[in-house]
Design a protein around this ligand. Sequence first.
Ligand code: ADE
Ligand code: ZN
Length: 323
Amino acid sequence: MLPFAELHLHLEGTLEPEMVFELAERNRVALPWRDADDLRGRYSYGCLQDFLDLYYANMAVLRTEADFAELTDAYLARAARAGVVRAEVFCDLQAHTARGVPAPVVLSGVADALGRAEADHGVSAGLILTFLRHLPAEDAARSYAEAIATGVDLLGVGLCSSEIGFPAAPFADLYARARADGLHTVAHAGEEGGPDSVWEVLEHLRVERVDHGIRAMSDPELVRHLAERRIPLTVCPLSNVRLRAVGELSAHPLPAMLDAGLVACVNSDDPAYFGGYLDDNIAAVTDAFGLTPDQVATLARNSIEASFLPAADKQRLLSTVPA
Ligand code: ADE
Ligand code: ZN
């Protein structure tokens, strides 16, 4: 099995319908769905916002440190089976504190599972704190301060949630602070928004990686910029189909991204909501585009290069991918 780094994964997006019901019962949270199949039957979305509405609603069942640890551990176990050896995962802390779950409960639970990831699952792991761009930047700054106060180790910061109509530029000061604190920086852009949205996170947030970025492909100068600087794009094919960012998988720009020399890698985004984990995404694009073993190996290599692992660890992992 090829070794992959998964770099675009929302922990809350790994909350499977069965776990929604299990946690609802344990935490006495009332749900508007009959059962897990009823809930799963609603996972058809017209756009990003349709999905986000359900995604935030389901988070209501996550209440305790143990809930967050179990969620994270279940993802790591499944990711290891998919060939993931490195996971840099997102946590939407603001979505939890906004409903009264304290930051230390969320982050200690997540960090507990991430701390055991290597020993329990053979996966090295890091945590990226994601800010919600539909909320004011002041909210995000408060959340960042709360996260730092927990003492939990952070690998980086990110930006996600609704893209169109919610500019990234107001988060520039917060990104500068995180950078000064030694953290890595990523941001969602170019999922529903156009190339300007990608330029915005590059110029204002100075991100090291772009999450999605598929709409960069309509701007040749941007593609050149990303390729020359080897700025990675964390692409999520099944997510893009389910959220209608592309009409169908065969129309996905992944092959064009690879042909353009971009450091594009494949990720699962919110696997419980989009019909597949990393291995399912790799299988789907391999099938849709008839990718050769060499092209799949390039995706594995790109994912490792795009990770925030130290150079020596990258070299060690890269040496295990067939040339
Ligand atoms: N939060 C969780 N999944 C997301 C996605 N695909 N785009 C933006 N924000 C998200
Ligand atoms: Zn995402």
